[in-house]
Design a protein around this ligand. Structure first.
Ligand SMILES: C[S@@+](CC[C@H](N)C(=O)[O-])C[C@H]1O[C@@H](n2cnc3c(N)ncnc32)[C@H](O)[C@@H]1O
Length: 288
């Protein structure tokens, strides 16, 4: 999934009691968690509420409770709702300055490691994973790297494995790639096919895609780099803190944590455990 397509900025219908709405939403999220294991209970409320109403409208339902009744009995509706709730907007070389900083500041450090484990947590449809694979390939580090790319949503992971991205975004991605310090012809990395760009499957030779839920699942490897960009922004403060704990546990000493442009370690109890390597780009190194 790519651009944030026409997200309806739905508000509560007139006359709907906000306290009742909140209760219904909490019950719905509890039901989803207990029945399907997807835990959205600690996601930022305003955003989750907007997205639930979007699905309620799309299904022609009158209220939150009606959605609950249907979703618990219809796994197919749960899949649609999961797509609404998991917000899969992404892009190749998104925030090119971040990738330039990664090349300039992180790559020299990675050269000192004999083996590199990179975890993309919340990788969505994989654009950032392909971007990283290209960058490592160009820097001569790909062979010693293993990339774990995870997301809560199996549908987006399947797209990521396929490696076909919309052809009409290649111009934007080429510009991003160049601004990120790339100096080859970006078109070397893909073949145009109908309206899709098929990325070279060899970019995936050291990539493992797997479903992993940041809320309920554990650390699975000691990583050199953890990238979790534009995911924590959807979580409330307590959940962000729990996930920071998971990343701290998953990172080797002197490992790198990379967050999204609107995210940071500020106000986290883990802030002191890291030093900012590139504060503007939200790149940190674990120092204790
Ligand atoms: C906005 S996308 C970010 C994609 C990419 N990291 C980027 O910066 O372009 C957020 C992703 O986080 C995933 N996500 C949301 N909640 C998650 C959770 N609890 N565990 C793992 N992934 C989650 C969503 O499915 C979605 O693919």
């Amino acid at each position: 999934m790519t651009r944030e397509s026409s997200v309806a900025l739905t508000t509560t219908p007139i006359g709907y009691d906000p306290a009742l709405e909140r209760l219904e939403i909490e019950l719905l999220l509890e039901g989803i968690y207990r029945h399907y294991g997807f835990d959205f209970r600690d996601y930022a409320y305003a955003s989750i509420r907007r997205r639930l109403w979007r699905r309620i409208e799309a299904e022609g339902l009158p209220n939150v409770s009606a959605l609950q009744a249907r979703v618990l009995h219809e796994p197919a509706l749960m899949e649609r709702l999961l797509l609404d709730l998991s917000i899969n907007v992404t892009a190749m070389f998104r925030d090119p300055g971040f990738y330039q900083a990664f090349r300039d500041v992180v790559i020299p450090q990675l050269r000192t490691w004999p083996f590199i484990r990179i975890w993309h947590a919340g990788c969505s449809t994989g654009e950032e994973v392909y971007s990283m694979a290209i960058l490592l390939e160009e820097e001569g580090l790909y062979e010693r790297a293993r990339i774990y790319a995870t997301d809560i949503n199996e549908v987006v992971l399947e797209k990521a494995r396929g490696g076909i991205f919309p052809l009409d975004r290649m111009q934007e991605y080429t510009e991003n790639y160049l601004r990120a310090g790339g100096n080859r012809a970006f078109s070397e990395y893909y073949t145009a096919r109908y309206d899709g760009a098929l990325f070279s499957p060899s970019l995936l030779r050291n990539v493992v895609f797997a479903q992993h839920n940041l809320v309920t699942d554990r650390s699975f490897a000691e990583c050199t780099v953890v990238l979790c960009r534009n995911v924590l922004i959807y979580f409330d403060k307590d959940l962000q803190e729990r996930v920071h704990g998971l990343f701290y546990e998953s990172l080797a000493r002197f490992g790198i944590l990379a967050l999204g442009a609107k995210e940071s370690l500020k106000f986290s109890k883990y802030e002191d455990c890291y030093e900012a390597v590139s504060p503007r780009d939200k790149i940190y190194r674990k120092v204790r």
